[in-house]
Design a protein around this ligand. Structure first.
Ligand code: FPP
Length: 236
């Protein structure tokens, strides 16, 4: 394969539609969606990707029926507990980004435990966005910046500002994949995706598989990433 993205972020859409299409309750779509994450991580590692970030729950998702929110919170917690051993064995560093303080306490504790026990790994980085919204992230960053007496508005640079974002330790995503046909970012990593390549597929997340993932990576390899500059070659 030609050029491999270092950081791929996923907007895992379509669990509900997948379940509906199979005559199943929405919960089954989410459950199957969780198992896809594990498969995708294996493929990412195998192909030399170093960072994978998954949008699991947006700030707006709290507006869903209480039973679905509760089911998802339990699913996230179980996922973290069940996957802990594998992450440690495979030396995968775990992070969660978002407004974590609004999540159930038991989930917050599971996040903290896994974050701490994998903090020394650097081989592969798994990040889950939970109760994440890019606009809230910016507001929280601004609040913290304004609290910092040493911050100087005149000399503020992007490098200074990004230190206040949830993603301060992560490189920007090179490729963002969204499943299930919608072609928008839905308040996900809006600043970090400034130069990301976007890839959309109609496949629902529970059906997203190796073949689809490799197609996305291959497509990324054909994109010309100028990052605002002009092409190096003359007359291009
Ligand atoms: C979007 O599909 C998906 C979600 C809001 C939840 C994402 C969660 C998972 C993939 C489950 C597991 C995650 C972890 C981290 C264990 P949707 O429900 O909006 O689908 P629809 O648009 O078809 O209704």
């Amino acid at each position: 394969m030609s050029r491999i993205p270092a950081h791929v972020a996923f907007i895992m859409d379509g669990n509900g539609r997948w379940a509906q299409a199979h005559g199943l309750p929405r919960h089954d779509g989410h459950r199957r969606g969780a198992s896809v994450i594990k498969k995708i991580l294996r493929i990412a590692e195998k192909n030399g990707i170093k960072y994978a970030t998954f949008f699991a729950f947006s700030s707006e998702n709290f507006l869903r029926p209480e039973s679905e929110v509760k089911f998802l919170m339990d699913l996230f917690e179980k996922f973290l507990q069940k996957y802990r051993k594998t992450l440690c064995e495979k030396e995968i560093r775990f992070r969660a980004i978002g407004n974590l303080s609004q999540l159930p306490i038991s989930l917050q504790l599971a996040i903290e435990k896994l974050t701490q026990s994998t903090a020394h790994f650097d081989r592969f980085h798994l990040t889950i966005a939970l109760n994440y919204g890019a606009r809230s992230e910016v507001i929280e960053a601004m609040r913290n910046l304004l609290k910092n007496k040493d911050a100087n508005a005149e000399n503020l640079t992007w490098e200074d500002f990004e230190q206040y974002l949830y993603t301060k330790d992560l490189p920007d995503p090179d490729l963002i994949i969204r499943t299930s046909g919608e072609q928008r970012l839905s308040n996900f990593l809006l600043l970090q995706s400034a130069y990301a390549e976007l890839y959309f597929t109609k496949t629902h997340w529970p059906d997203f598989n190796e073949e689809e993932f490799l197609l996305a990576i291959e497509d990324y390899g054909t994109r010309e990433r100028r990052m605002g500059k002009i092409n190096d070659k003359p007359n291009d």
